[in-house]
Design a protein around this ligand. Structure first.
Ligand code: NAI
Ligand code: MG
Length: 326
């Protein structure tokens, strides 16, 4: 079966790391048809539109989308693209790799973040000069979708269970509904859970990240806490992510367009290649996904390294070695 993969390189180093990941995918010789599409600052400058309708429609119709990074137009591009794939969960692994300097080398976490509501649902008002308000939306249905995904995820990946991070002691209605629904779904599925207040989690994860494994959280908490964990593992160039919907999904590195190094050919392609490995897993190519993960891990451990990791290799050098190691 041929899979249509939409590839959106975007701006800056997106133009460098995305083709690198596509080279790795092509080396696997699978039945993929790659369709390239525009988004970001450059296309906005040309056409006035950071996310052309054609790109949105392609992402909304493809089996999977691989996204690089865009610049200042990020919010106008990535939020609608997540919507195009109806993504209800954002998967963000934060793993420290041997060979990479990390604040907490023992970190190996996966955040499963609610991706549609909470304080990011867009209900903000300026009532007066003095007062602005925000409506926080939590639904049982979105919490249930996330929890069902989390149960499948931990079962499929051999985890013992998951931790629910929330603040239901203060936000009793919203996070209360979130926590109760997620815990209930886990119980229905025979999955073990524990709970932690999200602020306490921030402290505990810094002191000892091995206390946690898979962490399920509301939208804002997941955004902030996974960025915090990114700080523990040493470097934005290493963090992949997936936005998964019922039928489609979009895979992207966590980093942005890195204008400070764009055009030099030295961006670390690891985050995007690992995102591509997550895409392989999502499409059912487990062996190929493992092979890509292993090739990247060996390369992080043994080199060559791009300058962000203290080396002097180029994006192309690293990509070539990863492909050789497949
Ligand atoms: P950034 O992630 O682009 O860069 C932060 C720092 O990390 C820079 O020093 C950069 O050189 C370094 N870095 C990031 N990725 C790297 C890689 N693969 N290899 C080596 N070094 C890497 O974040 P910043 O500087 O805050 O934002 C730059 C632009 O990116 C902004 O216009 C922002 O709006 C956009 N952005 C886009 C995102 C997206 O498309 N999803 C996400 C975050 C930012
Ligand atoms: Mg963020």
């Amino acid at each position: 079966m041929t899979h249509e993969i939409v590839v959106i390189p975007g701006d800056g180093i997106g133009q460098e790391v995305t083709p690198a990941a596509v080279d790795v995918l092509e080396a696997l010789d699978l039945e993929f048809e790659f369709v390239e599409a525009d988004a970001g600052d450059a296309v906005a400058e040309e056409t006035g539109e950071p996310l052309p309708q054609e790109t949105y429609d392609l992402a909304a119709g493809a089996d999977a989308t691989l996204f690089g990074a865009v610049g200042e137009t990020a919010a106008d591009v990535i939020l609608p693209l997540r919507e195009a794939v109806e993504s209800f969960v954002n998967i963000r692994p934060a793993k420290a790799y041997p060979g990479v300097d990390a604040l907490r080398p023992e970190t190996d976490l996966v955040f499963l973040r609610e991706n549609t509501e909470g304080v990011y649902s867009g209900h903000e008002d300026r009532l007066s000069q003095d007062v602005s308000t925000l409506t926080r939306v939590v639904t049982e249905s979105a919490s249930r979708d996330l929890a069902e995904f989390a149960c499948d995820y931990v079962a499929g990946d051999g985890h013992d269970g998951f931790t629910i991070a929330h603040k239901a002691n203060v936000m009793r209605e919203t996070d209360g509904l979130f926590r109760d629904t997620v815990a209930e779904v886990a119980e229905e599925n025979g999955v073990e859970t524990d709970e932690v207040l999200m602020d306490a989690f921030a402290t505990h994860v810094c002191l000892d990240p091995t206390q946690f494994d898979v962490v399920v959280c509301p939208n804002l908490a997941g955004d902030v806490l996974s960025d915090l964990a990114a700080g523990l593992v040493g470097g934005l160039g290493l963090l992949p992510s997936a936005n998964v919907g019922p039928e489609r999904a979009l895979f992207e590195p966590v980093h942005g367009s890195a204008p400070d190094i764009a055009g030099e050919g030295v961006a670390n392609p690891a985050a995007t290649i690992i995102s591509a490995a997550m895409m392989l897993e999502h499409l059912g190519y487990d062996d190929e996904a493992d092979a890509v993960h292993e090739a990247v891990e060996t390369t992080l451990e043994e080199g060559p390294h791009t300058p962000d990791l203290g080396g002097d290799a180029s994006t192309a050098d690293v990509t070539e070695v990863v492909i050789d190691r497949l």
